[in-house]
Design a protein around this ligand. Structure first.
Ligand SMILES: [Zn+2]
Length: 135
């Protein structure tokens, strides 16, 4: 049986993703993939049987990481930019993202409420972000 991607986790460091694979043997292996722009840096070390560059597994995994990464980047550019509030980390770990409409959104609870001064806060869990509108 081929290894299966069982978990993908965004790390606190921007563009870093931890992936967990279930191997045919019942073991689990983790890999960290770092995105540089839209290009993933895929480690050759710490890999496992079945993790072969160009294989279906690697190609599919990279597609998943890239999609997640792009989603986490939000709409970017002219739509403005989400940054963490002082002492916060919700943007860094992906709790708050920009929706397709460019609205700061809690991934668990939907659109954030404006809390003044460019800060938005989730009324349910308190996740917060500052939204720099680029005018
Ligand atoms: Zn929330």
């Amino acid at each position: 049986m081929d290894p299966l991607l069982s978990k993908i986790e965004a790390l606190a460091e921007p563009g870093c993703y931890s992936l967990t694979f279930a191997l045919g043997t019942g073991e689990h292996r983790e890999l960290v993939i770092r995105m540089r722009g839209d290009e993933p840096i895929v480690p050759a070390a710490n890999s496992f049987e079945g993790w072969t560059p160009g294989s279906r597994l690697v190609t599919a995994t990279i597609a998943v990481v890239r999609a997640l990464h792009q989603a986490r980047q939000g709409t970017g550019g002219s739509a403005g930019r989400l940054v963490d509030v002082e002492g916060g980390w919700d943007v860094g770990i992906g709790n708050v993202v920009l929706s397709a409409d460019g609205v700061p959104t809690c991934v668990g609870h939907g659109e954030l409420a404006p809390a003044g001064d460019g800060v938005f806060r989730c009324e349910t869990c308190g996740a917060a972000a500052r939204y720099d509108r680029q005018s």
